[in-house]
Design a protein around this ligand. Structure first.
Ligand code: ATP
Ligand code: MG
Length: 444
């Protein structure tokens, strides 16, 4: 992509109304534009990152055997009257009335709608287990929308719903979600810690939140430092192997890790003192087994092998896809700008032409762009007539992890520079070597 033909409205001044780094940087890097409080347009650069996160979520969900679909943003109020949540949800629920005076709402979540789909089409235990999910915009009329996309009113969420015959089956579905989430966050370059969460009035302890450590996080968290040493990695996972999945979940839930809502000071005190960590965290996901909370009032039952009718056991499992864009930036930036982890970067590599219009420089840049493209890698080529300093500042701000700089002096010896955004380390090498190195970094 040539920058001269792209739409990257970067902002030089620091926006005064943005309190945290990710919000400031997303505005400055031209990733988002506020449309109303807590509602954002995703400009092309931001949209690329959002789409990448979405793709990772889809891939990991489908590896776990979960089935994608799409439900609408607007829902009829009647479904929510059945569960009792139309009145119970409070002011966060955006209620809308259509021209025929029918009550509607902009979905903050989809338990009722998915339960309605289930009861319409599934009647037998033989059709279980079933996990359906979608990635769709949600609306919650938050009292204090803030921190940009981190606490928006309209936000993008993956929400998955599990249907099982028994509690044990539902716990296996829960475990599948825990594992697929751990892998998802790692692919995004994040360390997200599963923390035992508060299940509220439903009871039971089958809910975990996933928190990314960051000073600007809204939750206070307490954890055993040992959990930071765990890596999910590329280990093969057989999602049908119950004991195997449970063993991995046990490994990740053994070290103490809780938010202030469930914190147990006595248990925390039993951890060796040098491992007791207190910090803040950003909630990037939550998994929840809630049994028959919706299936019972809404009549979502199946027949058992013995011919009885029983309500299905359900769970719902969410990932904050749009919040993750902010969380990744909170976890990975410096005073010059964003530093994208390779797994989520909007472009694989930047190309800076130090003398636009110089035949050799232009040819070399075009060659690099073309050869990277031939290997499936997308470069953002700054081909503007701009000072070198301005081009570097833009690249540093938007945070592409690798930059190839092409200038007339180096090219005389057939050399370009490859710079790592994170360290600033720069190496001189031939054009071919730079292309190979970038390809190698991305494993292509
Ligand atoms: P929070 O406690 O932050 O308000 P929640 O627990 O109400 O979130 P869930 O219902 O668990 O949210 O939703 C699943 C995920 O959606 C959350 O883990 C979070 O990552 C994301 N999310 C929730 N509310 C928002 C919001 N207002 N803006 C952006 N993302 C959100
Ligand atoms: Mg939550």
């Amino acid at each position: 992509m040539r920058l001269s033909r792209y739409f990257l409205p970067v902002i030089k001044e620091t926006p005064s109304d943005a309190a945290i780094a990710s919000h400031r940087l997303m505005l400055r890097a031209g990733m988002i534009k506020q449309a109303a409080a807590g509602i954002y347009s995703w400009l092309p650069l931001g949209f690329r990152v959002l789409r990448t996160l979405e793709r990772i979520v889809h891939e990991e969900q489908q590896k776990a055997g979960h089935i994608p679909m799409l439900m609408p943003t607007l829902q009829p109020a009647d479904l929510w009257r059945e569960s009792g949540r139309f009145d119970a949800y409070g002011d966060e629920l955006l209620r809308i009335r259509d021209r025929h005076d029918r009550d509607m709402l902009y979905g903050p979540t989809n338990e009722e709608m998915i339960t309605d789909i289930f009861r319409a089409h599934v009647g037998s235990y033989r059709e279980l287990p079933l996990t359906l999910y979608h990635i769709q915009w949600k609306f919650r009329d938050e009292v204090r929308p803030r921190f940009g996309v981190m606490r928006g009113r309209e936000f993008y969420m993956k929400d998955g719903y599990t249907f099982d015959l028994t509690r044990d089956d539902a716990i296996h579905a829960y475990n599948r979600h825990m594992l697929s989430y751990l892998r998802t966050y790692e692919r995004m370059g994040l360390k997200a810690i599963p923390m035992r969460a508060d299940s509220g009035p439903i009871g039971g302890d089958d809910t975990h939140e996933f928190l990314v450590l960051a000073e600007t996080g809204e939750s206070e968290v307490f954890y055993d430092r040992a959990i930071l040493d765990l890596r999910f990695g590329d280990r093969p996972v057989d999602f049908d192997d119950r004991a195997g999945c449970q063993a991995i979940v046990d490994e990740w839930t053994a070290p103490y890790a809780r938010t202030d809502e469930t914190h147990d000071a006595d248990r925390f005190a039993q951890i060796p003192a040098d491992r007791q960590m207190t910090s803040r965290g950003i909630e990037v996901g939550q998994i929840f087994y809630f049994g028959t909370k919706y299936s019972e009032p809404m009549g979502a039952t199946v027949s058992t092998a013995e011919g009885a009718q029983v309500p299905v056991h359900m769970g719902s499992h969410g990932i904050g896809v749009s919040r993750l864009v902010g969380a990744i930036i909170e976890a990975s930036h410096d005073d010059k700008g964003i530093i994208w982890p390779e797994g989520v970067t909007p472009f694989h590599c930047g190309i800076v032409n130090l003398r636009q219009g110089d035949g050799d420089c232009d040819t070399a840049c075009a060659r690099i762009e073309g050869e990277l493209a031939a290997r499936g890698l997308e470069a953002l080529y700054d081909d503007r007539e701009e000072r070198a300093g301005a081009k570097f500042a833009t690249m540093d701000l938007i945070g592409l992890p690798w930059r190839i700089t092409v200038g007339p002096r180096g090219l005389k010896d057939g050399k370009v520079e490859l710079t790592a955004r994170r360290t600033g380390d720069t190496e001189e090498m031939s054009v071919a070597a730079a292309i190979d190195r970038v390809a190698q970094i991305y494993g292509v």
